[in-house]
Design a binder for this molecule. Structure first.
Ligand code: TYC
Length: 103
């Protein structure tokens, strides 16, 4: 006798396209005692496309709270921005630190 039990594995699935959103990462700046505030503001403006006012607010948050988010991006873009900031700081001989973490 043939097995006529409905078989889930053989069920025809509707061909629905469900695009996955990329994993998002925060890019954070860390405070230190030596990097000039003006350098931090210019760095945020340049690499995170922020206005002078936005960049100043982020810098002050990092300065008072120890760290702050400059932006949230897909992982590869977040890592690239972090590396750009670190290279820019190193070239200017400032100890500014930048990290990424899952959003
Ligand atoms: N704390 C620094 C100072 O007083 C300024 C600063 C802000 C440094 C943010 C790093 O990510 C930073 N000059």
């Amino acid at each position: 006798m043939a097995n006529i039990t409905p078989n889930q594995d053989l069920a025809i699935k509707p061909n629905v396209v469900k695009p996955k959103l990329p994993a998002m990462f925060k890019v954070l700046l860390l405070n230190d005692d030596y990097t000039p505030m003006e350098f931090v503001i210019e760095t945020i403006e340049r690499f995170f496309n922020k206005s002078r006012e936005q960049a100043t607010q982020i810098m002050l948050k990092v300065h008072t709270e120890g760290m702050g988010v400059c932006g949230v991006y897909p992982q590869d873009i977040a890592k690239t921005k972090m590396k750009q900031v670190l290279m820019h700081a190193k070239e200017s001989q400032h100890p500014l630190q930048c990290v990424t973490e899952p959003a």
